[in-house]
Structures are given as structure tokens and as C-alpha cells.
Design a protein. Sequence first.
Length: 504
Amino acid sequence: MSWEFIAGQFGVQFGLWWVIWPAILLGIVVGVLPGFSPQNTLIMLLPLTLAVPVEQAFAFMIALYCANHLAGGIPAILVKIPGSGGAAATTLDGYPMTQKGQAQQALVLCFTASVFGGLITTLATLALLPWLSQLGLYLRSVEMVIVMLFGLTLIAVIAAKDTLKALIAGFFGLLIGVIGTDHIYNTPRATFGFLELYDGVPIVPALIGLFAISEALVMIEEKMIVDAAGRERALQARWADTVDGLRISLRKWWHIVWTSFVGLFIGIVPGAGASIAAFVAYQQSRLWSKHPELYGTGVPEGVIAPEAANNGVTSGTLVPMMALGVPGGSTSAVMMIVLQYHGMLMGPRLFTTNPEIAYGVFVSMAVAYIFMLFTILPLARYMSRVVLIPTTYLAPVIILVTIVAAFGERQYLFDMALALVFGVIGYIAHKTSYHVTALLIGILLGPLFEQYLVRALRISEGNVAVLFSSTLGNVLWGLLVLSLVLPMWQGYRRKKEQIGTDEA
């Protein structure tokens, strides 16, 4: 497709600003509220998107989808409550920055990494769409088993601080993840007779309970989120702090680029999702850092990596839908319904019969990210003041909103009770120094790992050698081993240098 055509599509999408702005604002509101996903919002607004022309409908849906991915990091940074599974990794360094009085800088890092990560991968998708559409065909069950292991190795990274407790939390999460019916015979496992658990432990109540409710219970014991020094710094929030965050982001531009491509490649695989991309990007960011021991204490890279990957996923999930007619996730499935309602033929033929739609979707995404930069960046100064609200008011509001959100996903009262149970588990884990993130990684990635592993073994009739039968898979195995060995070697080298310094 000619660049003149692409440029013309940019003009068309900028002309739909009156559709994009409200969608961005709605997406931010939905993204900030834990448990309220973009697919649920789009389903509720389906009559509206079906009633308007397809160009306007897609501009609205794309803007809401991208803004939702960006906004999930806001509560993750301010109150350690991820707005979505993809923002869970952001809490590892975003919240410690808030506790140090750097909430404004952390929000700016989140916004810039999200916008530029999403914008870069969207433009790359436009340029490389014919080739990227084939990538999902090469990542089969064998390769996805290894990708899942990349995310699960983050448990080992967390275990470096307290090996036994982190591993116990991670394996406990894996055990919770296998609750439900198995992937071969549909035999119930550990459901205790509850029909609501036959599809597995729902992610939203688990996420809400482990992070939102447990953190609210911890807040009740404290008067403020930040200490006196952090409160004073938040009171003195200036525009200079926003500029400072932008300066840090510009210095880390390469970090934004490569972690966003991690999100793009994982997003192209149907069913992978933002949670996997964010955890893998965080793990790889820590692996290649010169100071990996600082991760978890509030370093900019720990915010940039998961947020860039989280938003790199947005364009990736649309690639299989547009090029192959296979939805990359639940949100893209809703978008696919709108396209089919308007008579669009999905798959490769869409690029010849309706190129203005096929390419216009990605152009609309690029325009949405450009608009978001100017919409949300000035708000960082005011959002950071949330930490000044006394926890006696903040904690009850968090519990009320999140309990409603737990009900909204599947509309089961059981899920509200389940969120409270996970809240108690998260609170006990917090008080006994068990890492909640390690627990969540097991719950999120465990079922997917089992699904791909069982599928690969079924295809090979139980032959474990199938896991080493792919060239791409073997390359990924090598990178995985490197991911585990390199931190040990770096730790050994630092320890040896420290001994040499002490002896001198």
C-alpha cells in the first residue's frame, strides 16, 4: 500500500477527533477502575457502535481500547492496585516510587512509555503488516510453552530476595491456577462442588482481592500512603516534575522501543495477552540491567518496561484479526463482531476489498496515542495528589468499588465472595512477607502454561522431545537458559568484586 494512501488515512482519522476524545476519556475512567475491562465496556456500547458508520465505530473502539491499557497503570502506581492484569507488573516499581514521593514522575514515565510504546509498535505494524501477520503461524504450542516459562521465571527473580517464601507463593499460585476442569477430559479439579469454578479461577476477582482489597486492609492500619517527606514532596508538585519525568523517558528511549516490541510480538499470538507481555518485559528488563538488584525499589526502568510492553500489545492483538480473521483476544473479538455486522470480509481479502478499513484501524490507533499524550500528560501533576487523601477515606472507597467490579465481570455473587477470600489471602501474604506478585504470576500464567504444554504433548502422543523439535523453540530455550544463568553469573561477579574491594 502506498504511503500517499496511508497519509490520507491519517487525515481521515484526525478528522474524527470528536469521536476519539470522548472515547479516550471513557477509556481512562474504565481503565482506572480495577476489574472494568474494555471488552465489557464495548459490549455494553455495542448498540451504539453498530448504529454508526464503521469508520466512526472503529475510531471509538480503538481509542477506548488504547486508553484503557494506558490507564491501568495509574492506580497501580498510586495505590498499588493494578487496573488490569497487564498493569500488575507496574506495581513492582511504580508504587515504591510513590512511597518515595515520586508519584508524579512515575505517572509521567507510565504515560510516555505507554504512548510511545504503543505509537512505535503501531507504526511498525503498518509498515510490516504482511510479515507480522505470519508470525502467529510460527509460534505454536511448543514455542508458547517456552514463552510462558519466560514469564514464570519472574518468580525466580522475585525469589532472589527471599527464596523460600517467593517460591512457596509462586507454587501456591500455580496450584490455584489448575483449579477447574482439565484441558483433556474436562474432569473437575479442586472445585469443591462450586459450578462457578469449573472454568477455572476467574482472573478479575483474584486480581482485585490480592491487590486492591488486601492493600485497602493494609491502608486501614496506616494514616497515609506516603510518609511525611513524601507527603511534603507531593504537596509541592510542580510542572518541573512532569518535565523531569519526560527527560528521564527521553534518556530511556531505547528501553521503551525494545520492550514495546516484546509486547508486539507476544500480542500477535492469539490468547497470549498483556499480562504475559508485561511480566516477560519486566523480567527481560531486569535481566539486561546493569543494576538488577535495584528493581523493586522504585527504578524508572521497572515502570517503563511493563507499560511499554502492555501498550505494544494493543496493535499486536489486532494483527491476527485483520490479517487472518482470528481474534487475538476478547476485545478484538468484539471488534470483529462490528466488522462482520457491517459486511466486512475478514482475513487477507479485507486488504484488497476494503483497504481503508484494514489499514485505517492501525492509523486510528496511532492517532489515538497522539491524542492521549496531550490529554493525559498534563493530568499527572493532579493525579499524584491522590496520595494525600487519608486512608480512612480512601480504603472504604477502594473496597466498595472493587467489590462491585468483581461482580461486574461475570455477574456472579460468588465472585464477590471470592474477591474477599483473595483479599484475606493477600493481606496475610503481605503481613507475613510473602510476595503477592509471585502468587499472581502463578495464577495468571499457570493455566496457560498447562494448556500449551498439554496440547503439545497430545500432538506428539506424549513424546517430550517435541519441546525441542523446533528451530525457533530451541532458540527460545537458549534465551531462557541465558535468562536464568546470567543473573547468577552477574551476582557471582559482583560478590567477587565486593570481596576484592573489602580486601583492598
